[in-house]
Design a protein around this ligand. Structure first.
Ligand code: FAD
Length: 306
């Protein structure tokens, strides 16, 4: 059996695996795709101490760094169930294998919910963006839309308004769902517009985004706005469906962890975007991966010797 079995090979999982292996304990890492969301990213400018890098480049360095250590890497494998059984945690993979470990660190990340209209996939990283903390500076002086009028959409719009020329918020429902304090803040800004009852139908462009089409749901009229960027803010979904009810989660499926990254199940830890951490970023995921590995090590040294 492993001492620490990491599930997920993004920034959180890679960091957890390295921290665990550096303790000289038996470490495994199961991952569907090493690098995780980083592999879908173009420019990364907020990974502190690295002025600028690209997703696939950072993903390759994560993998190379993990390979410097004695980590049993099982890539292209999907986990489908985890359970605590007596002294061990058992992880079942989709290929039928069952792995045993004294502790596990869940770091299966998250995915942005897509709007699913023509142009969204085509213009990803070419004007269609999901993370204002990451990509706002790329749109300096430009007109952008934010799709989604919940808290994350309005926070994004306020954030973007400080950097870009103009922000138009498109909300599907007849009113915004964000907290009123955020709405008031948005309304106090001179370079923002809110359009409600707006159903986005298409993102258009050539090499990059040039505009957006939407249907006014009150009049059924089709409308067009010329702009250069679209931030989709309709939710970040944690990859935790596979856990069922075995591990305690928030109502949106984020794994609840304590200060050491521990879940409600003894010996099972979690880190990164799949947890209830307040913010979802590469540097934050790496920090919480390190925390979870140190937490798991702390747990191990407190167990009675076998
Ligand atoms: P992830 O990166 O999501 O990794 C999850 C890992 O788990 C992957 O290896 C995946 O294959 C694996 N996995 C999932 N389910 C299973 C399963 N059932 N079994 C086995 N393995 C599984 N952050 C920044 O700080 N700066 C940026 O500039 C930036 N830009 C971004 C741009 C885009 C387009 C996107 C999508 C995100 C961006 N982010 C950025 C956010 C950043 O990528 C995430 O916060 C970070 O990758 C989270 O790391 P993680 O390890 O928690 O999860």
């Amino acid at each position: 059996p492993y001492d620490v079995l990491v599930v997920g090979g993004g920034p959180a999982g890679a960091s957890a695996a390295i921290y665990a292996a550096r303790k000289g304990i038996r470490t495994g890492m199961v991952s569907e795709r090493i690098g995780g969301q980083v592999m879908d990213t173009s420019a990364i400018e907020n990974f502190i101490s690295v002025k600028e890098t690209e997703g696939p480049k950072l993903g390759a360095s994560l993998e190379a760094h993990v390979n410097e250590y004695n980590v049993d890497v099982m890539n292209l494998q999907r986990a489908k169930n985890i359970e605590r059984k007596d002294d061990y945690v058992e992880l079942e993979l989709e290929n039928g294998a069952v792995l045993k470990s004294k502790t596990a660190i869940l770091s299966t990340g998250a995915r942005w919910r897509n709007i699913g209209v023509p142009g969204e996939e085509e213009f990803k990283n070419k004007g269609v963006a999901y993370c204002p903390h990451c990509d706002a500076p790329l749109f300096e002086g430009k007109h952008v839309a934010v799709i989604g009028g919940g808290n994350s959409g309005i926070e994004a719009a306020i954030d973007l308004a400080g950097v870009v020329k103009h922000v138009t918020v498109l909300e599907f429902a007849p009113e915004l769902k964000a907290d009123s304090i955020l709405q008031e803040r948005l309304n106090s800004l001179s370079n923002t517009t809110v359009i409600t009852s707006a159903q986005t139908t298409e993102i258009i462009g050539d090499d990059t985004v040039k505009g957006i089409n939407y249907k006014d749901r009150e009049t059924d009229e089709m409308k067009h706005i010329e702009l250069q960027g679209v931030f989709v803010q309709i939710g970040l979904v944690p990859n935790t469906e596979w856990l069922g009810n075995n591990i305690e989660q928030t109502k949106t499926g984020e794994i609840i962890v304590d200060k050491k990254g521990a879940t409600n199940v003894p010996g099972i830890y979690a880190a990164g975007d799949c947890t209830d951490s307040a913010y979802k970023q590469i540097i934050i995921s790496m920090g919480s991966g390190a925390t979870a590995a140190l937490g798991a090590f702390d747990y191990l040294i407190r167990q009675a010797p076998a």
